[in-house]
Unconditional design. Sequence first.
Length: 255
Amino acid sequence: MGFVKSKEELGRYYAIKDRQFIGARMMGVMYETKPKVVARLLPPPLEPADAPAVTIFIAQYPETNLGPGYREAAMLLRCKYAGETGSYCLSMPIESEESRLYNGRDIFGFPKKMAHISLEVSETDAVGRVERHGTTFVELKVKLAAPIPQFPPSAPNFLFKASPRIDLEPGFDGPVFLCRQQTDIEMKSMKIGPAEITLRPSDADPWAEVEVAKVVTGFYMVSDNTMRPGTVLKEVDGDAYLPYYFKITDFFSGK
């Protein structure tokens, strides 16, 4: 394969519509933060959901249809758009080959950054950690107490796609799009139980800003996940979105 792709190479690339994650191992914690935190962090036109709910997950993907498996984590805020409830991804650390970083970030708009991620699971416990720049900024511990028979239907992800201006003036070269993407989860097994969350301050990864008001539950599941193609919903105000854009990178404002 060279710099310029052939018609056949492009055909094979675009033929893969669904991203498949077979035997995904995912632990996580659901909690509530303060309503004012969600209101501050959601970019317009997204709106807070009925409850200020947050989900953090840490996952190991042993197998995918795009190449080797990898590890991933995410912090998701519950939100609404046009009456539909979904999630807004604040952060998505990843430990993988570099190609997996660009696939999710450049195509879909997920705010991926390279990190060190660990996931340890026994019959009774699950522990996950994420570290960047020498700081373990999130640590989850779940006591696996009770199995559940069915996973709730998954909600869509609301994402934004934008390209910063090349002249280094505030704003974007072209429109900013609000997008919708769905990942379907076929649960194989799942346990829930009491959980602990530790969020440590980090300038590069300020997860501690989403403070914990009440832990709802922890979980660990094995599943087959299918990431569906997304759709553009609408063009949004670039000036209004600009303060929210920089979660996708390590922000630097000079010395």
